[in-house]
Design a protein around this ligand. Structure first.
Ligand code: ADP
Ligand code: ADP
Length: 229
């Protein structure tokens, strides 16, 4: 029951004389409803892979599918539509609009999505229903990240791709953000991939995929975390 599948994905960056192989023949599957953690040293290709899955970047070689849709065959316009309709992104930095309240930041997305939840519902899910009229500057880093997560899920994406969502947070606040992502995966069934160094997430994950030098070196399947049926 694959949501994403890659076959021999390679990514080469060439800048002048310098040639960097960021991904070197990656085959992986992200299963429907699962929470997958991507681990590995800095520079091992995790972000590059997440960006290719989310349609933000192109593979140099190999093939990528989102369910039956082959992303590696789409033109830019179709890839943009895929991103808009199916993918929520969370990055290390929150990119909230400073002059808008939490609710208004989320409403930027819900106003244009075809089948959104309300901003209030999205903020409730991340535990910020009581702060929806606060502005970003009045919120802690962890709360701002949870607003960014509410914004990402409000359009009800099938997948949520998170690149170091706790990278700018202390570990206690980071755990609250990871717990919010875990709750979204459990309650909404959103297929989720998270790049993180936070050890706490590993017991929450269905699968932990470890990268090194642009390759997958191990995949652990957590049998104690029930897989959705
Ligand atoms: P990770 O997310 O595991 O830290 P990345 O996917 O960001 O790894 O990077 C993998 C490799 O690709 C690194 O060597 C990095 O320097 C290189 N790289 C990433 N993005 C670019 C880019 N836009 N141009 C050139 N090299 C890049
Ligand atoms: P063009 O710009 O050449 O008109 P389209 O944007 O219509 O191309 O997309 C090309 C094909 O990809 C379409 O036939 C469509 O079925 C498929 N496609 C594009 N985006 C999606 C998507 N988000 N979900 C499912 N299929 C898509």
């Amino acid at each position: 029951n694959a949501v994403f599948r890659t076959q021999a994905v390679t990514k080469v960056y060439e800048t002048g004389e310098v040639r960097v192989v960021a991904l070197d023949g990656v085959d992986l599957t992200l299963h429907a409803g699962e929470l997958t953690v991507l681990l590995g040293p800095s520079g091992s290709g995790k972000s590059t892979l997440l960006n290719i899955l989310g349609g933000l970047d192109h593979a140099s070689e190999g093939r990528v599918w989102f369910k039956d849709l082959e992303l590696t065959k789409l033109n830019e316009r179709a890839l943009t539509r895929f991103r808009r309709d199916h993918v929520g992104f969370v990055f290390q930095f929150y990119n909230l609009v400073a002059s808008l309240s939490a609710r208004e930041n989320v409403a930027l997305v819900t106003d244009i999505a075809p089948n959104p939840m309300s901003p209030e519902e999205a903020l409730d899910i991340v535990g910020l229903g009581h702060r929806m009229n606060h502005f970003p500057a009045e919120l802690s880093g962890g709360e701002q990240q949870r607003v960014a997560i509410a914004r990402a899920i409000a359009k009800r994406p099938e997948v949520l791709l998170c690149d170091e969502p706790t990278g700018a947070l202390d570990s206690k606040t980071g755990v609250q953000v990871l717990e919010a992502l875990d709750r979204i995966n459990k309650d909404l069934g959103t297929t989720t991939a998270i790049i993180t160094h936070a050890a706490e997430i590993r017991k929450m994950a269905h699968r932990v995929i470890r990268f090194q030098d642009g390759r997958i070196v191990s995949i652990e399947h957590n049998e104690t975390r029930l897989t959705p049926s």
